[in-house]
Design a protein around this ligand. Structure first.
Ligand code: SF4
Ligand code: SF4
Ligand code: SF4
Length: 182
C-alpha cells in the first residue's frame, strides 16, 4: 500500500471513529431525559491507575479502552500493545500487554500498524493506556461505555478515583473523548 493510500485509510479510520462516537452520542441522546446527566471520565485527568477494572458495580466493568485514531502514531513497536519486556520479537499473545487479548493490530503499510479494541473483551484495566501514555502519543484512553453503565446515583469508581477524573456531564453531551492535537 502506498503512503497516500495509507493516509486515506487513516482518514477513513478517523472518520469511522468519529461516526462511532457520533453513534454513541446519538444513542445516549435517545436515552437522555431532559436535564439528565451521565458519568464520564475526563481522559486528561485519568492516570490509568487500574481501579476502573474492579471498582465498577458491574461484574465486568463498564469502563473500556477507547482509541483516538487521529492521535495514534500507528507504531510498529506500540507500547500500548507490547509487553515492555517481550519474550520474543513477535506479536504473539505471550508478548502482549493486554491480559484479555482485547487489542488486535493490522499492518496498514510497513512500518505502520493500526490497533483496534474489542470492547467485549476489554476489562478496563488501563494497562494499554498507561503503556501508550508512557512512551507513545497517549491515543488510548479509558472511558465509561454508556451502553454498559448503570448510571448509579453515585459511581463507585468516582468515589475511589485518586485523580478525581470521573464526573457527571450532560446526557446530551454523551461522551468525553480525548482532545485531538492539531
Ligand atoms: S480510577 Fe480514576 S485514575 Fe484510576 S483508571 Fe479509573 S478514571 Fe483513571
Ligand atoms: S489492556 Fe486493559 S484497558 Fe487495554 S484493551 Fe486490554 S483489557 Fe482493555
Ligand atoms: S456509574 Fe455504576 S455502572 Fe457506571 S461506571 Fe460507575 S460504578 Fe460502573
Amino acid at each position: 500500500m502506498q503512503r497516500r493510500n495509507f493516509l486515506q485509510t487513516t482518514a477513513r479510520c478517523t472518520v469511522a471513529a468519529g461516526l462511532l462516537g457520533t453513534a454513541g452520542v446519538l444513542a445516549a441522546k435517545k436515552k437522555a431525559v431532559a436535564g439528565a446527566s451521565v458519568w464520564q471520565i475526563d481522559p486528561e485527568k485519568c492516570i490509568g491507575c487500574g481501579a476502573c477494572a474492579y471498582r465498577c458495580v458491574n461484574t465486568v466493568s463498564a469502563v473500556k479502552c477507547f482509541h483516538n485514531f487521529k492521535m495514534c502514531g500507528y507504531c510498529d513497536l506500540c507500547t500500548g500493545f507490547f509487553d515492555p519486556q517481550p519474550l520474543a520479537r513477535n506479536a504473539g499473545a505471550e508478548n502482549q500487554l493486554c491480559p484479555t487479548n482485547a487489542i488486535s493490530r493490522r499492518d496498514v503499510e510497513t512500518p505502520y500498524f493500526e490497533y483496534q479494541i474489542d470492547k467485549e473483551l476489554c476489562i478496563g484495566c488501563g494497562k494499554c493506556v498507561d503503556g501508550c501514555f508512557s512512551l507513545g502519543n497517549g491515543s488510548l484512553f479509558l472511558q465509561i461505555d454508556q451502553s454498559r453503565c448503570k448510571q448509579c446515583n453515585q459511581c463507585a469508581i468516582a468515589l475511589y478515583c485518586p485523580s478525581k477524573a470521573i464526573q457527571k456531564i450532560s446526557a446530551e453531551q454523551g461522551y468525553l473523548f480525548k482532545a485531538t492535537e492539531s
